[in-house]
Ligand binder design. Structure first.
Ligand SMILES: *[C@@H]1O[C@H](CO)[C@@H](O)[C@H](O)[C@H]1NC(C)=O
Ligand SMILES: *[C@@H]1O[C@H](CO)[C@@H](O)[C@H](O)[C@H]1NC(C)=O
Ligand SMILES: *[C@@H]1O[C@H](CO)[C@@H](O)[C@H](O)[C@H]1NC(C)=O
Ligand SMILES: *[C@@H]1O[C@H](CO)[C@@H](O)[C@H](O)[C@H]1NC(C)=O
Ligand SMILES: *[C@@H]1O[C@H](CO)[C@@H](O)[C@H](O)[C@H]1NC(C)=O
Ligand SMILES: *[C@@H]1O[C@H](CO)[C@@H](O)[C@H](O)[C@H]1NC(C)=O
Ligand SMILES: *[C@@H]1O[C@H](CO)[C@@H](O)[C@H](O)[C@H]1NC(C)=O
Length: 682
């Protein structure tokens, strides 16, 4: 008998009051001051931590067996260019043709410069120019990197055109994209909107057609009762950790300029820039304009077991919502740099987070070139497996840490690092590669009328259907959020995601978890594509977890959920932070950063909502929170201070417009819904 069946008889009359209360989870002390760098965490070092240098541990990759060289992460030897092209050029009819390239260049410049009425708007010009470039990409693709550099320079798109579009950087990507995309159609509209910064207006979501063809079965008519049935079982409160956006910077240079003017700060200036006078020296534990030094990552990981009181027990499980790698420009990255970071961070998570498994999603920075993933289907063979090295590395690491089984690792290799775990306790955890709805993944611009060219959403739907058939509950874990202000997603895939969430909520999906923004936020998903937004139609909530990294004027933080062991719903969310403005007074010898309890979601937002103490913080509750925010805008300001983890640099949100817009974002789970409902009136 499944737990659900056991509960059936009592279903209709069950109420919270008759159930025994779940004991609250114990927390550790309210603050924790990290000790100096735990040198025993690594077996040997190229450079031991000092006042002026971050530790450079010697890392042996357990997948490849190779030892990473010290140059890879030496802050003084940052490469300015790749040594081999990161992507292959597509093949064409001609090996090269300077002649055709010069014709294409002249044509595109003439289009760009024309004031004739036929070229009335920038969108027409962009689509026409892109079509000319596409014809060159079909015939002589090897000319595309040079054409892109020439155009970029002539049209003054950037000051580093020759670096950006070199064959050692994005040159081949442009050629691949031009060859495969339908530049005269929706692909071109989107390329000219997103990549060329608004030259075309934002295309609206394409019709999804008959969705019953997408789902193999209709939603069960008693879906709303499923969760109530589960609630007749009194469970326990499980402790589940949510970490996000570590962004380890292994080239972080203590004492370098915090307030730099270009690219990633807290880095040594490259030799060509000369040694600049340092105005604000980078503290040992990090700064607001920088990625995380190893010292910060280790301090954060050390604080977690103490603050959450899990030294003895560990967590039931942990989730990681992506982005391990630093924000370097692409020309400073490499495959080795990505696999190095994956190895260091996951090994330390294993060391500090205890025995429970960690389920992780790949972030847009956790690949090389950054943001890119290629759909497997329908593309030339020589390109479609271009990123298997990464899926292979991640899935093998996760398997070696014993977080996932060999079968699940096999699935992750086949599904762009996404996988589905059927836990023994009846929860299914589905992790996704969300780069397929991320606008900086240029391969997502191929065949955009298809909202799922990668098959990632088909995979999600099939797993959710399997969960429904088995009467399990499911969590979805990804990196890039689907909604909020709409700036991080593409319209068609997020529109489809929203319909999938509707189909399997509230009975199957018990939680959605994202990261990416570095901020502490949430999104509510409603029934019927949010045509009615109310407490009665709120179905699911996405928790967007705070980052470890302080980049973006934010403090560092992490979260632990109390999870009902029967329903897998969230009963409370506890968040901790450390104030990065205090880091300038800390050095490598003394005590490290102090971590503090920030807030309980239930206590912070629950006042005035009639909600039993054992009822979950589900979408209904979060919708009621937004209703209270409408009545009391100071609650939006409270949310805003938590959004930046109490950073004093987080802009206030007190004007009526800001309050209204932020509440709108909380209620927008897809790009089209955000655009439709939350556009600022002109
Ligand atoms: C947590 O750390 C504090 C010191 O910062 C220590 O006093 C306390 O014993 C630790 N808690 C546990 C349970 O180890
Ligand atoms: C655009 O046209 C102007 C004058 O009509 C000319 O001076 C200029 O060189 C042209 N620019 C390009 C990029 O062709
Ligand atoms: C790019 O152009 C600049 C200035 O024109 C030059 O100094 C630099 O060496 C070039 N870089 C590459 C990679 O060609
Ligand atoms: C960083 O520099 C900018 C302008 O160069 C200045 O406005 C800002 O106050 C500086 N930040 C700090 C922390 O000094
Ligand atoms: C894109 O569409 C074309 C034509 O409809 C098709 O041949 C190709 O396989 C599609 N590619 C992908 C990646 O779906
Ligand atoms: C949220 O929990 C309350 C209290 O148990 C319940 O009445 C409501 O139906 C739940 N909402 C959803 C969307 O599951
Ligand atoms: C959902 O609503 C948005 C905003 O109105 C709309 O653009 C989109 O097409 C709708 N999706 C479906 C499947 O109806």
């Amino acid at each position: 008998m499944t737990p659900i069946m056991r509960g059936l008889g009592a279903a209709r009359c069950a109420t919270w009051a008759v159930l025994p209360a779940l004991a609250l989870a114990a927390l550790g002390p309210p603050t924790y001051t990290a000790p100096p760098f735990p040198t025993s965490a690594f077996s040997s070092y190229y450079v031991a931590p000092t006042g002026t240098q971050q530790a450079q541990p010697v890392i042996v990759d357990p997948v490849s067996g190779k030892t990473y060289e010290p140059e890879l992460t030496d802050p003084n030897t940052i490469p300015q260019q790749a040594s081999i092209p990161p992507l292959p050029l597509p093949s064409g009819i001609l090996d090269s043709s300077e002649y055709l390239r010069s014709l294409a260049l002249a044509q595109i410049l003439a289009i760009a410069n024309s004031s004739a009425p036929a070229w009335k708007d920038s969108c027409t010009k962009c689509l026409a120019g892109t079509s000319v470039a596409k014809s060159l990409a079909a015939v002589a693709p090897s000319e595309i990197p040079t054409l892109a550099i020439e155009l970029c320079e002539k049209l003054q798109f950037s000051s580093s055109c020759n670096v950006t579009f070199s064959i050692l950087n994005y040159g081949a990507l442009v050629a691949q994209l031009l060859q495969m995309a339908d530049v005269a159609g929706l692909d071109g509209q989107n390329i000219c909107n997103y990549i060329f910064n608004g030259l075309c207006p934002a295309p609206s979501a394409s019709p999804l057609g008959d969705l019953s063809l997408w789902f193999s079965k209709p939603k069960p008519s008693d879906a709303n009762e499923w969760v109530q049935r589960r609630r007749t079982q009194a469970g326990q409160r499980l402790k589940v950790l949510h970490l996000s956006d570590v962004h380890l910077d292994p080239r972080y240079s203590t004492g370098s300029e915090v307030n730099c003017t270009s690219s990633l700060c807290c880095r040594n200036p490259s030799s060509s820039q000369g040694v600049a006078h340092v105005q604000f020296p980078a503290p040992y534990y990090g700064a607001y304009k920088c990625d995380s030094p190893l010292a910060l990552v280790m301090a954060a990981f050390q604080s977690i077991p103490n603050l959450t009181d899990t030294q003895a027990t560990g967590f039931a499980w942990s989730i990681y919502t992506g982005d391990l790698v630093s924000h370097d420009p692409n020309n400073q990255l490499s495959q080795d740099y990505v696999t190095y970071t994956e190895t260091v961070v996951y090994e330390q998570m294993k060391r500090y987070l205890g025995s429970g498994p960690l389920y992780a999603a790949l972030g847009n920075h956790d690949t090389y070139p950054a943001h890119l993933d290629i759909p497997h289907a329908g593309l030339p063979d020589d390109i479609e497996n271009e990123f298997s090295w990464n899926y292979e590395h991640l899935s093998t690491l996760w398997e070696q840490e014993q977080w996932i089984s060999p079968n699940e690792a096999e699935q992750a290799r086949a599904h762009y690092a996404g996988y589905s775990v059927k836990r023994q306790d009846g929860l299914r955890i589905i992790t996704l590669n969300t780069d397929f709805w991320y606008p900086d993944n240029y391969f997502a611009y191929i065949n955009m009328t298809n909202p799922d060219i990668s098959g990632m959403l088909r995979f999600l739907t099939d797993e959710l259907q399997a969960a429904e058939d088995a009467q399990e509950r499911a969590w979805i874990v990804g990196h890039v959020l689907t909604g909020w202000d709409g700036s991080n997603g593409l319209p068609n895939p997020t529109n489809l995601f929203y319909q999938i969430v509707d189909r399997f909520s509230p009975h199957v999906i018990a939680g959605i978890f994202f990261g990416h923004t570095h901020e502490d936020m949430f999104s509510i998903y409603y029934a019927n594509n949010a045509t009615t937004i109310s407490a009665a139609t709120a179905q699911t909530v996405a928790w967007i977890g705070p980052s470890i990294v302080t980049l973006g004027n934010l403090n560092t933080g992490f979260r632990m959920y109390e999870v009902d062991s029967e329903t897998f719903e969230i009963l409370d969310a506890h968040t901790w932070y450390s104030d990065a403005s205090s880091f300038s007074t800390l050095d490598h010898e003394g005590p490290g950063p102090t971590w503090k309890y920030e807030y309980s979601a239930r206590d912070a937002y629950g006042g005035g909502i009639n909600w039993p103490s054992d009822a979950p913080l589900n979408a209904t509750w979060w919708h009621k929170v937004t209703e209270r925010m409408e009545a009391d805008p100071s609650l939006v300001q409270k949310f805003t201070t938590y959004q930046g983890k109490l950073s004093q640099l987080t802009p206030a949100c007190t004007s009526a417009d800001c309050v209204k817009q932020k509440i709108c974002y909380m209620r927008s789970g897809s790009v089209p819904i955000s655009r439709q409902n939350c556009q600022t009136p002109q």
